[in-house]
Design a protein around this ligand. Structure first.
Ligand code: FAD
Length: 462
């Protein structure tokens, strides 16, 4: 069988490669690292996590990304298998040891008999003789390839920034002030209910900190970057501070669900949380503290946080570009480029957002390409599943209105808003109408139950 070519060995490309090989089709994976690097990657490993080490919630009953985890596991996902095998404690989230995870993905692909890995940049349109190609080059697609794609699609891709949260050496945190506790003592996979390090602040300390964030030296925007929107859900901490004095206290620094053991009767005014970043437990990342502050300013300002006064940083925060297609217009329902159907796209370049979503789109694109190569029919996934809802959002679920303008398609995490509404609102056991939080939980449970049933039916039909 003629091989399928996958360009980019990140979250999406690694998963797509695995799915193709597992379907019995030979596949060549082209990864440019270490021959050529990106602004964010630090290693030559496949599926490198460039920022947080979290795959987010693992709750498949009431959380859309948790449901996506579950669906991917049931479709034999390599990314989920190796994520599960390398998890570190993180409350209700699935967080992973980033090096162990990337090493395991790399080893699995290197040892697969149908996978060939070639290190080198594809610096333009893939050769015409490659009859089936998946482009999974991510938010930091090399400029030469990005330009070739732009030339082909005629669309301008949207570039914007996200930001890396700083990582602190555990031993440099003052545990006389800070304490271990997960919010609401939640115990997640491999967790203990004491997975996060918490640093408390008084009102005076919080006010001084917010002032310092606002006044701190920031990285300047370049002219061509000026109207670029931020990566949603990853807003720089100083931008949140600028939005209002209380914004941080209601966001990443919210003091709820946590009790200072040295001061159980006095609620801290704000709390900074740090999450374990590696299996050894020697590194912790500052949750929600992605930033475009200059390196010098970051050290000074973050050491104002009680407990971090002597913090040593293994990595400071940074800013990065993102590249993605206007997919609803450009891609067909099996993620083929309408203008050149031998090319499929996968991962963040399609306009999904996040590690898990990128891998999920890689999983489906790989399956679509393999089915096509084998001459098997391609059954679309029900939009009621998390995978189907995500693919549908990317390839057609987003409707452009005249008011929104031609580029209203924005990257999106998986969420229940992408799922078709329930035919009937769930009712209480006694048949009465549910209200408030109970109603919201029942709705989410009904959506995930429906997704599981529909995925099972799709799997047994295929
Ligand atoms: P990537 O994982 O980036 O993989 C693309 C691969 O393609 C890379 O290995 C690259 O070297 C290679 N490549 C690029 N061009 C070429 C070429 N021409 N030829 C050959 N190879 C090429 N998501 C989260 O869920 N949590 C986060 O905390 C988070 N933080 C982020 C921080 C930054 C700085 C960035 C840029 C993104 C972040 N994301 C985050 C978003 C996104 O989910 C990840 O970038 C994710 O890795 C995307 O997966 P991907 O497979 O599409 O791309």
């Amino acid at each position: 069988i003629e091989p399928i070519h996958v360009i980019g060995g990140g979250l999406a490309g690694s998963e797509a490669t695995w799915q193709i090989a597992q379907a019995g089709v030979p596949v060549v994976l082209h990864e440019m690292r270490p021959v050529r690097g990106t602004d964010a990657h630090k290693t030559e490993g496949l599926a490198e996590l460039v920022c947080s080490n979290s795959f987010r919630s693992d709750d498949a009953e009431t959380n859309a990304v948790g449901l996506l985890h579950q669906e991917m596991r049931s479709l034999g996902s390599l990314i989920m298998a190796k994520g599960d095998a390398n998890q570190v404690p993180a409350g209700g989230a699935l967080a992973v040891d980033r090096d162990g995870f990337s090493d395991a993905v790399t080893a699995a692909l290197e040892s697969h008999p149908l996978v060939t890995i070639e290190r080198g940049e594809i610096a333009g349109l893939p050769p015409a003789e490659w009859s089936s190609v998946i482009v999974a080059t991510g938010p930091l697609t090399s400029p030469a390839l990005a330009e070739a794609i732009l030339g082909l699609t005629g669309e301008t891709s949207l570039a914007f920034f996200d930001a890396i949260a700083p990582i602190v050496y555990r031993e440099s945190i003052n545990m006389e002030i800070a304490w271990f506790q997960s919010r609401y003592d939640k115990v997640g996979p491999g967790g203990t209910g004491k997975d996060y390090i918490n640093c408390p602040m008084t009102k005076e300390q919080y006010d001084a900190f917010v002032d310092a964030l606002i006044a701190g030296d920031k990285t300047e925007f370049k002219e061509w970057e000026a109207d670029t929107p931020y990566f949603d859900g990853c807003l720089p901490i100083e931008v949140m501070a600028e939005r209002g004095r209380e914004t941080l206290r209601h966001g990443p620094m919210k003091p709820v669900g946590l009790t200072d053991p040295r001061n159980p009767d006095k609620k801290p005014y704000a709390i900074v949380q740090l999450r374990q970043d590696n299996a050894l437990g020697t590194l912790f990342n500052m949750v929600g503290f992605q930033t475009k502050l200059k390196y010098g300013a970051q050290g000074d300002i973050f050491r104002m946080i009680p407990g971090l006064e002597n913090a040593e940083f293994a990595r400071l925060g940074g800013i990065h570009r993102n590249t993605y297609l206007n997919s609803p217009k450009l891609l067909d329902p099996t993620l083929r480029l309408k203008a050149m159907p031998r090319l499929r796209f996968a991962g963040q370049i399609t306009g999904c957002e996040g590690y898990v979503e990128s891998a999920a789109v890689g999983l489906m694109t790989g399956r679509f390409a393999a089915a096509e190569r084998l001459g098997r029919p391609i059954e679309p996934l029900p939009h009621t599943t998390a995978l189907g809802a995500l693919i549908n959002h990317i390839t057609g679920g987003h409707i452009e209105t005249i008011d929104e303008g031609p580029r209203s398609f924005q990257p999106m995490n998986v969420n229940f808003g992408l799922f078709p509404p329930l035919a009937q609102a769930p009712k209480a056991e006694d048949g009465k109408r549910l209200r408030g939080p109970a109603k919201a939980v029942a709705r989410k449970k009904a959506l995930t139950d429906r997704a599981r049933a529909d995925l099972a039916a799709w799997l047994s039909a295929g």
